[in-house]
Design a protein around this ligand. Sequence first.
Ligand code: SAH
Length: 258
Amino acid sequence: MTKAGFSALVVTLMPDFFPGPLGQSLAGEAMAKGAWSLGVKDIRDHGRGRHRAVDDTPAGGGPGMVIRADVLAEALDAAIPADDPRPRLLMSPRGRVFDQKMARKLAEGPGVILVCGRFEGIDERVIETRGLEEVSIGDYVLSGGELAAQVVLDAVIRLLPGVMGGEGSDIEESHEQGLLEYPHYTRPRLWEGREIPEVLTSGNHAAIAKWRRAEAERVTRERRPDLGAKLPPPAPAKKPRPGTKKHAPRGDKPDDLV
Ligand code: SAH
């Protein structure tokens, strides 16, 4: 951890995957500014024999290969000082599912160590002895932890101080308050017969805020009942929601156009 700012270390068999997309756009610019830095440790540096073998067959039989405990532990010990304060996450479909709260917590810390599995995964004893916390990016199986590590880093980097544009531009986003975000619109005002909801062009900021909150709650209830369960019950339907003119569905007759 030489530089100030958020310091990430990725431990991987695929060092060429990095920085990959994290070297572009928002994350890449943030890296150039020194808001975060990236170290990459190649597990194969500690491979065994002429072919630098890193894996072996699973004890007890079965398909695939497993990353050896001795090889991976050596790689971790060589790259991570004993007093390193950064959380050590193992990318793993068995892990706790990564979410915005975890991203925010990581962004508040000094950095993160991300260990990427390959093949069938890694020897369980390394998880136990090196204090690795298993983190999944969702209920599906990838061929390696590298894309998962990039997903985690991308979500964290955009939350680092000074990385995103306007202050507070992330506060209303999906998952920040247990809500999905309200719909967005921009120019042109009338497009293919569909108007921007009137309230959004009214200049009435209180009405806009109210509409957005109501829309965020509606979208959350409709799409994610698991999140919506935490919301207060919907207000009893009175008039149509302000500014939510029914938009002509695709293929409607031209006389429906505004
Ligand atoms: N045999 C394992 C899957 C191994 S996939 C199992 O059934 O649990 C190979 C590697 O890809 C894993 O070691 C892990 O690092 C990564 N990986 C796969 N799916 C992932 C996910 N959903 N989230 C995070 N990492 C994942």
